[in-house]
Design a binder for this molecule. Structure first.
Ligand code: PLP
Length: 397
């Protein structure tokens, strides 16, 4: 019996590698106890939200019993929240951003789906650089869009702009970049981003249906050692930012993010109106009101990034000690090292023998590597170090 569509069945059968490792981890934790498992597979931000979140919620508690205190809100978001966020994003993006350029969404994920619904015709292509966040293909696929990966240049995962230019064709609709990157932790530098912006400005000259540059940047605030994440909007007019508070405020379960349309884009307001509509008609209706209020109160705050930075250094030490080569992430909370022996699935199995959970790089469109997340206590990383070394020795034979 066909209770689900062919497309969704095939997505279910190809269950993501993150999901598979999650299940393997559950089984292992039940068998040997959670404290014996070194779980680097999941990116669930565990650093607590800023302390001001509690005060903001207490303040909100006094107001929610007013009529419509928790009612539907305007589909694009509460006006005061859009205004507060616009102020911050104007500085961050070095552009004359106003509230009317913003739509509050259900996380960056909800933002991407809302955007794809508004701009993709069936058969349109979304280009992104491998390795990439696995859900992109499904998000575009909901509307008949096709994700095509373009290589990055190793060892530091710089976008290969020549390969991108060669891949752009008549059906290209979106170039999707993600910096700081999941899974590599790479922050693309200003020169690379300027070259990318110039490339898209060239491509869009005289083009009937523009190619959008979309910057998916939920990790913007997680940057280490003074690394700067370049602004996107000054690069090219047909650009948008998709952001979120899942990581910067550890609000992942509350589902608040945003879409920001470049004020310099021709027909910017038409696109914002379309996004407001698709946000509603996809069934999101509006971003959660409690989360929006939290964002308003915490708009200039972020989690203690120092905690992630200390873990980053601990992981670098563990990998160096094991002789596993890696590019030191400049942002986000991931490492994407090359696996000893070259076979990512085989190496992840060897790590499992050491009770270490990692995700094979092929799950991100790049075999031969693995993703390690540092959303765990620093001590867990330090205790896992001997296991990494033993697995690496076995892999090298
Ligand atoms: N984009 C990337 C690159 C991510 O890694 C994630 C979540 O892990 C998302 C988007 C979705 O995040 P959100 O919780 O804001 O929907």
């Amino acid at each position: 019996m066909d209770v689900v569509t062919r497309q969704i069945r095939s997505e279910m059968e190809g269950a993501s590698w993150i999901r598979r490792m999650f299940d393997a981890g559950l089984e292992l934790k039940q068998r040997i106890g959670a404290d014996q498992v070194f779980d680097f597979s999941l990116g669930n931000p565990d650093v607590p939200p800023p302390a001001a979140a509690a005060a903001a919620l207490r303040d909100l508690a006094g107001k929610v019993t007013a009529p419509m205190g928790l009612g539907y809100c305007p589909n694009a978001g509460l006006p005061s929240v859009r205004a507060a966020l616009a102020r911050r994003l104007a500085a961050e993006q070095q552009a004359p951003v106003e509230a009317r350029h913003l739509v509050l969404t259900c996380g960056a994920a909800g933002g991407l789906v809302t955007f794809f619904r508004a701009v993709l015709e069936p058969g349109d292509e979304v280009l992104c650089f491998a390795p990439y966040f696995v859900e992109y293909g499904a998000y575009a696929g909901h509307f008949g869009g096709v994700l095509r990966a373009v290589p990055s240049i190793v060892p530091d995962f710089t976008p290969d702009l020549a390969a991108l230019e060669a891949a752009i064709g008549p059906r290209t609709r979106v170039v999707l970049v993600n910096s700081p990157n999941n899974p590599t932790g790479r922050i693309y530098d200003a020169a690379t981003m300027q070259a990318l912006g110039a490339l898209l400005s060239r491509v869009n000259q005289g083009r009937e249906r523009p190619v959008f540059l979309v910057s998916d940047e939920p990790y913007r605030r997680l940057a280490y050692g003074g690394a700067a994440v370049p602004a996107i909007l000054p690069l090219t007019p047909f650009s948008l930012v998709v952001g979120s508070f899942s990581k910067s405020l550890s609000l992942a379960g509350e589902r608040v993010g945003y879409l920001l349309v470049n004020p310099a884009m021709p027909d910017a307001q038409v696109l914002v109106d379309a996004l407001t509509l698709t946000n509603r008609t996809l069934g999101f209706v509006n971003a959660p009101v409690v989360g929006q209020r939290l964002v308003e109160a915490l708009v200039d705050e972020s989690v203690d990034v120092g905690v992630y930075d200390r873990r980053r250094r601990a992981m670098a030490e563990a990998l160096t000690g094991a002789g596993i080569p890696f590019h030191l992430p400049e942002g986000a909370f991931y490492f994407f090292p090359e696996v000893p022996g070259g076979d990512d699935q085989a190496f992840v199995r060897l790590l499992l023998e050491e009770n270490i959970l990692a995700v094979p790089g092929r799950g991100f469109g790049m075999p031969g590597y693995m993703r390690l997340t540092f959303c765990v206590d620093e001590q867990v990383i330090r205790r896992a170090a001997p296991g990494f070394a033993r697995a690496a020795r076995k892999a090298r034979g």
